[in-house]
Design a protein around this ligand. Structure first.
Ligand SMILES: [Ca+2]
Ligand SMILES: [Ca+2]
Ligand SMILES: [Ca+2]
Length: 470
């Protein structure tokens, strides 16, 4: 321990300090009555740098720091020498925490009064684990809750996915106010069937989602009809909703950009369109479609069909892998072995099962030895709030306005993994699809509740990003 200096006050610098309310429980009211609640508003060290050749520069432990002390004393604080930085600046330790604003005022007074002081500043605190200020972030338990959340805040300290393009093969997108800024382009609409497309034509250069509502009997004889799902906008929001904008929700990889590729419409979509979409998304040429100027490093397919993996789709996946593009797919929502569902049973994909908020298998989730890992997909059997919260449109048929909704499904689990892959690729762009899969598995955490045949464990974004950074 260094001796604590005690000072006799010489000529005090001409600044007045109001008396401080004692700190209690880390919060306090400062002298002008402004409520302050964060530890970031306080500091217990002061950094002082004396100019070359001055006495303070040589020996801060023994020097006459009359000016520095005087500036502090009226606030009732005392300080002692703690250590010297590589730059020659000295860290002085206070005998208690002080509001940053007061320390800054004292530091300014020191610099103004003693020409030997090059600078003085509070030793500010910074914090791990970015918590975004999006007003509905608290509903997104799937990002931060200890039990089944993906540990996103700690991951965000290391990466936000900056520079990575993520293709979302889905129903298209809405230019939602909490999403539009992260949509890299209008993408492409690969839906050839005009009735499925519901936008009046076949393939075109806009992946805008016109709605996928359908009437009873329209899709099949037992189809009871349904409202528009805005499924692609929900999935896209989980990956890259505009974050820290003081509004709406957060996305897993909010520094990444979404490339929307429309493959689903009314009554689903066709493998042939999806195969072309995978090829195009990964940067390959598709006849009649302009070249993709922003190829994706990772593809999200929150899609599931019954049967074996279509050969055309496997070929496209093989091509994507040859371009170092990671393909992540939903395990499916039938509470069955995913081996009977494509693209989950295609080779070379990362396939994602769903857990609910308790960390156990979501009732609907497929499972089996083809599953790579599990992520939060929500399980709303008891409460809507146990679903995954993201961006949608409020229209029941055509689009009306921006909205947010809780959905559940392996469709919702998949974008958590995709966002995490984007975070990883931003840290290490050279990662191959197999390396990404291997890191996701080796860093997955164990299930807090039963999830049999749900792969290597539960997605841990922070651990995956840390492993990718090594
Ligand atoms: Ca179209
Ligand atoms: Ca279109
Ligand atoms: Ca937001």
């Amino acid at each position: 321990m260094r001796p604590l200096f005690r000072f006799s006050l010489i000529a005090a610098a001409a600044i007045a300090f109001a008396p401080l309310t004692a700190l209690a429980g880390g919060a306090s009211i400062d002298p002008i009555g402004e409520a302050t609640t964060s530890h970031a508003d306080y500091a217990s060290n002061l950094i002082i740098k004396y100019r070359e050749g001055s006495a303070g520069r040589v020996n801060a432990n023994a020097l006459n720091m009359a000016v520095a002390h005087a500036a502090l004393l009226q606030s009732g604080a005392q300080m002692h020498y703690y250590r010297t930085l590589a730059s020659g600046a000295h860290v002085m330790q206070l005998n208690r925490e002080m509001p940053i604003r007061e320390l800054e005022a004292a530091a300014r007074a020191m610099v103004a009064t003693d020409p030997n002081i090059e600078f003085a500043e509070p030793d500010r605190r910074a914090y791990k684990a970015l918590t975004p200020n999006d007003t509905q972030y608290t509903k997104q338990w799937h990002y931060f809750e200890k039990t089944a959340g993906i540990n996103a805040p700690a991951a965000w300290d290391a990466s936000t996915g900056n520079g990575v393009v993520v293709a979302v093969l889905d129903t298209g997108y809405r230019p939602h106010g909490d999403l539009a800024r992260n949509i890299v382009s209008a993408g492409y609409d690969m839906v050839t069937n005009v009735s499925t497309a519901n936008d009046g034509n076949g393939r075109d250069n806009s992946a805008l989602d016109p709605g996928d509502w359908h009437f009873a009997g329209q899709c099949s004889s037992d189809d009871r009809g349904g409202n528009s799902s805005w499924h692609g906008s929900h999935v896209s929001g989980t990956i890259a909703a505009v974050t820290n904008n003081g509004a709406g929700v957060a996305g897993v990889a909010f520094g990444a950009k979404i490339l929307p590729v429309r493959v689903l419409g009314r009554c689903g979509g066709q493998a042939s369109d999806m195969a072309d979409a995978i090829t195009w998304a990964a940067g390959g040429g598709v006849w009649g479609v302009p070249a993709n100027t922003t190829p994706a490093r990772v593809i999200n397919m929150s899609i599931s069909g019954t049967g074996s993996c279509p050969a055309a789709m496997q070929n496209a996946i093989n091509f994507a892998r040859s371009r170092n593009t990671v393909v992540v797919v939903a395990a499916g929502n039938f509470n069955k072995n995913s081996s009977g569902y494509w693209p989950a049973n295609c080779s070379g994909v990362i396939s994602v099962a769903a857990v609910g908020r308790t960390g156990g298998k979501a009732s609907y989730s497929n499972f089996g030895n083809l599953v790579t890992l599990a992520a939060p997909g929500g399980d709303m059997a008891n409460s809507q709030a146990d679903g995954v919260y993201s961006t949608v449109n409020t229209g029941t048929m055509s689009p009306v306005g921006d909205g947010y909704a809780f959905y559940q499904g392996t469709s919702m689990a998949t974008p958590h993994v995709v966002g995490t892959v984007a975070l990883m690729l931003a840290k290490k762009p050279s990662l191959t699809p197999d390396q990404v899969a291997s890191l996701l598995k080796s860093t997955a955490r164990s299930f807090p509740k039963t999830c049999d045949e749900c792969g290597a464990g539960m997605l841990d974004s922070a651990a995956a990003v840390a492993a990718a950074s090594r």
